[in-house]
Structures are given as structure tokens and as C-alpha cells.
Design a protein around this ligand. Structure first.
Ligand SMILES: Cc1cn([C@H]2C[C@H](O)[C@@H](COP(=O)(O)OP(=O)(O)OP(=O)(O)O)O2)c(=O)[nH]c1=O
Length: 190
């Protein structure tokens, strides 16, 4: 029996976790991703990560469940996934030539307890021309990603500097996640 479940439909989170050669299943959480905009960004991603983990944990009570959520924060604006090209353009224009922060929340629910935390990573973008932004949007890469970019793909070329956990920007801070799993009683097979 697999006792580790990733409560996510994100192909990136699955690929990240696969790097660690753990045996796990993926269950899509499908929860309402609305949140109270008064909350601080770290609290928003923790609330959403916990909601995703709880939705799956309630059906798999004997498993360790990982839920996660990522948002991009630029000058107080919280950027999720763009709905269309116009929104993607507005997000990338907003990020151009500046520093922003990527917040990723992780919630681990074990048969006994829940442990939820967040990681903040600072990213600096090069100054982008409108033409560069349009070309990037035309690749299709921005659409299912918070802040309208993927640092693991062509989006890497937009990034001048990163300070913090690269994996957290992609969607799951691997090292802290595994440590939290172990603290919750999960035994690694290697
Ligand atoms: C900033 C950034 C985000 N992202 C992705 C990670 C997440 O998949 C997505 C943020 O949306 P999320 O709502 O966190 O996740 P999701 O809807 O894709 O998946 P699920 O809720 O089922 O777990 O943005 C990248 O892939 N690369 C990046 O550089």
C-alpha cells in the first residue's frame, strides 16, 4: 500500500517529488481556491495548502498527504494563474525589472497531526520589452503558472537573480517538505 499521497494536479509538483525516488500516488484535490484577501501572503498559501491536503486526507485517513500552493507577490499585488493573454501580459509587465517574492505553502497531514509552513523566495526579473513579453506569452508557458512564468522552462531567461529555494518557486520546497514528512513520522525507504 502506498502511504504517501501528493494532493495536487500540478505536473511540476509530481515531477519534483519523483526526483526523490519516493513511492507516492497523486490525487487531485479540486478544492475552492478562494481566500480572504486581507490575509498575509504566507497565510494565504498555508490556508490553501491545508485545504488541498485536508480534502484528500479525509478520504485517505491512514496516509501521509502533501498539499501545496504557490502565489507570486509583487508590490502588495497577489498574482495567481493568469486567466488569459491580457492578464498574463499585465502580470509580466508588473514583474519586469523588479524584485518579487514567490510564496509556497506546504501542508503535511499524517494519521496523527498536521504540519503546515510556507517558504518565501525572492526573484528579480530583467527589464522586459513588450515584444519579449508577447513572445514569451506566445510560447503558451505562462498559462497554468502563478505570476505567468515558469522558472523551470523558458521563463528561466526572464530571471536575473533568485534568492532562496528554487524548488519552492517551481511549486514544492523539496528539502523542507521531506524534513516535515519525517518529523510527522514518515519513514524514507532509503
Ligand atoms: C512561479 C512559478 C509557478 N509555477 C506553478 C506551480 C504551480 O503548479 C502553479 C501555481 O498554482 P497552484 O494553485 O499553487 O497549483 P496548481 O493549481 O497548478 O496545482 P494544485 O492546486 O492541484 O496543486 O504555478 C511554476 O511551475 N513555475 C514557476 O516559476
Amino acid at each position: 500500500m502506498t502511504n504517501l499521497i501528493l494532493a495536487s494536479s500540478s505536473p511540476r509538483r509530481k515531477e519534483l517529488l519523483e526526483n526523490l525516488q519516493l513511492t507516492f500516488e497523486v490525487c487531485s484535490s479540486d478544492v475552492d481556491e478562494s481566500y480572504n484577501p486581507q490575509l498575509a501572503p504566507g497565510d494565504i498559501v498555508m490556508v490553501l495548502a491545508s485545504r488541498k491536503a485536508q480534502a484528500v486526507s479525509s478520504k485517505h485517513v491512514d496516509s501521509f498527504v502533501i498539499g501545496s500552493d504557490t502565489v507570486v507577490v509583487s508590490e502588495e499585488n497577489i498574482l495567481g494563474k493568469p486567466k488569459d493573454s491580457d492578464e498574463a501580459f499585465a502580470m509580466l509587465k508588473n514583474l519586469s525589472g523588479k524584485k518579487h517574492s514567490v510564496y509556497t505553502g506546504v501542508s503535511i497531514i499524517s494519521p496523527e497531526k498536521e504540519r503546515t509552513f510556507f517558504v518565501k523566495t525572492d526573484v528579480v526579473f530583467w527589464e522586459l520589452t513588450d515584444e519579449e513579453i508577447h513572445s514569451y506569452i506566445n510560447t503558451g508557458e505562462p498559462f497554468d503558472k502563478a505570476g505567468a512564468y515558469g522558472i523551470q522552462g523558458i521563463g528561466a531567461t526572464l530571471v536575473k537573480e533568485i534568492s532562496g529555494d528554487y524548488f519552492a518557486v517551481v511549486g514544492l520546497p523539496l528539502s523542507k517538505t521531506v524534513r516535515a514528512l519525517q518529523e510527522a513520522g514518515y519513514k524514507l525507504s532509503y
